[in-house]
Write a protein that binds this ligand. Structure first.
Ligand SMILES: [Zn+2]
Length: 119
């Protein structure tokens, strides 16, 4: 992968990382905040539809993504970015563009999903 593309993915990853970090911080505030104190604005109207449990779950999911992004950034540094964790083949560029932090190629992802359903 050439330098320009690496730079492109690095930017994507950093943007997403910042986005998620802000989102997680907001949600955590939401979790501890007394509902009486809520100021009603557009953002609150959206988050009000979440129960605490759902908030927790989506936080958890975002944290997994944050972890994957950090791993992807690390791989970019080591020149291992875009390589499947499982089969070590190059991950399809379209897939990387959609999910720059993805760690498995489509084939391995499918295999893993099938495996987890069976287990
Ligand atoms: Zn693979």
């Amino acid at each position: 992968m050439d330098g320009n593309r690496q730079e492109f993915y690095r930017r994507q990853l950093n943007n997403k990382l910042q986005d998620l970090t802000t989102k997680i911080a907001d949600r955590l505030t939401e979790l501890v905040r007394d509902p009486e104190e809520k100021a009603i604005d557009l953002y609150d109207l959206c988050t009000q539809t979440y129960s605490k449990e759902q908030l927790y779950l989506s936080c958890h999911r975002d944290r997994e993504t944050v972890l994957s992004i950090q791993i992807a950034l690390e791989k970019l540094k080591n020149g291992e970015y875009g390589i499947c964790d499982e089969c070590e083949q190059v991950i399809n560029e379209k897939r990387l563009r959609a999910l720059p932090w993805v760690r498995l190629c489509l084939g391995c992802q499918r295999k893993r999903e099938v495996g987890s359903v069976a287990a």
